[in-house]
Design a protein around this ligand. Structure first.
Ligand SMILES: Cc1ncc(COP(=O)(O)O)c(C=O)c1O
Length: 390
């Protein structure tokens, strides 16, 4: 993390340190602190910059009831990918009409289950999937998922899902032959990309495809779903949501008639959760300082392993009190609590002097963290406490 980003985070986090100390005193560490107001704020930022879009929060990023409830109250739609996610929203009383089922490959029983719950929008990306809709409710609407490679993304989803745009016309024919409605196209430019141009290129190609299928098949695509992928600034600054919105507006222009959808996950929740962990032990190995934390790669920092995403880490003492001077930092290794040597959260990472019992803070720990954690070594999952700084 460069010094400017560290200073910026130290300023931003300063007012919250006292609240975190109280929570650590009450609950101990490791602890994830979830602030639902930050979810509402990110949702509202997205609505401001993705003008005219219907947003469907990607439940997989953080399916915590506090998140889903605040989004439901804000008017959000939801993007689900499994029967379990359908059931979770059902239990919270979210109307199925607000949900779209976007997994491109699913069991027929999953389609039955989602349809019985009231979901009518599904995604396909290959002919075998389209054939699963033969004989089903003709009111079902299908989005054809397109693949646009994006090497700049942390997770380039186009290798696993989506049809090559050159095969899309044939796939639309399969959808029509299945006897359900063809609604339009969806794509996902990959999660946590460092550039906005993949949105521009994918949207341009998709608009061209809508014109093409209208010419060749006489069908009108009414819906375009730009997926998720909106980047978050972890240790490095990333393009703002304003920059993403601007390229989308530029490509769409003012006079389109499409129903525009998006499926944001990371952008909505990354910022809402902060991890508080503490130093369990310290050692010097080959002349380097190691600190062992009570959370790691097999726990809340699972995103380091699964996505190569690197959240910022600061000492709580750095953001406590009014002292604005940067402490002396030395490069250390921060390791997780399991016996696996791969369980290293950060190497050669600048930290102030730390002692056993000191608390370290990682903001931006809401997306793809606790949800992909395991219980390796029998370590319990890190508790989540819902609490807003006063
Ligand atoms: C189909 C689909 N939509 C939306 C998302 C959310 O993406 P992000 O968290 O990058 O916004 C994902 C993430 O894997 C996805 O697979």
């Amino acid at each position: 993390m460069n010094p400017q980003r560290r200073s910026q985070l130290r300023r931003e986090l300063r007012g919250r340190a006292g609240h975190w100390r109280e929570l650590v005193a009450a609950y101990g560490t490791p602890l994830l602190v979830l602030d639902p107001y930050r979810v509402a704020a990110q949702y509202s930022l997205l609505t401001e910059h993705l003008r005219g879009f219907r947003l469907h929060y990607a439940v997989k990023a953080l399916p915590h009831p506090a998140v889903l409830t605040v989004l439901a109250a804000s008017g959000s739609g939801f993007d689900v990918a499994t029967g379990a996610e359908v059931d979770l929203l059902g239990r919270l009383g979210v109307p199925a009409a607000r949900c779209i089922y976007t997994h491109p490959v699913k069991k027929p029983a999953d389609i039955d289950h989602a349809h019985a719950a009231g979901i009518r929008t599904f995604v396909v990306d290959n002919p075998i999937e389209a054939q699963k809709f033969v004989g089903r409710d003709p009111e079902i609407e299908i989005l054809v998922r397109l693949a646009f490679p994006n090497p700049s993304a942390k997770s380039d989803l186009s290798t696993k899902f989506g049809t090559d745009p050159t095969d899309a016309e044939l796939l639309v024919k399969h959808v029509l032959a299945a006897g359900v409605r063809f609604a339009g196209f969806s794509f996902h430019v990959g999660s946590q990309g460092s550039s906005v141009t993949p949105y521009r290129d994918a949207l341009r190609a998709t608009l061209e495809l809508t014109r093409h299928v209208e010419r060749t098949l006489g069908v009108q695509a009414t819906t375009i779903d730009v997926g998720g992928g909106f980047p978050v600034s972890y240790r490095d600054e990333m393009p703002s949501i304003g920059a993403v919105g601007a390229v989308i507006d530029q490509v769409l222009g003012n006079h389109h008639s499409f129903r525009m959808l998006a499926e944001p996950g990371r952008f909505v929740v990354a910022d809402c959760m902060t991890l508080l962990s503490s130093v369990v032990g310290s050692a010097t190995r080959a002349g380097r300082t190691w600190h062992y934390l009570d959370d790691g790669l097999y726990g809340s920092y699972s995103n380091v392993m699964t996505e190569d995403v690197h959240p910022p880490i600061l000492a709580l003492s750095e953001v406590d009190g009014d002292d604005v001077a940067m402490p002396t930092l030395e490069p250390v290794t921060l390791a997780g609590p399991t016996c696996d040597s791969a369980d290293v959260v950060a190497a050669d990472y600048p930290m102030p002097r730390l002692a056993v019992g000191d608390v370290v803070v990682s903001p931006t720990m809401g997306a793809y963290t606790s949800v992909t954690a395991s219980r390796f070594n029998g370590i319990a999952e890190t508790p989540i406490v819902v609490s807003s700084a006063r």
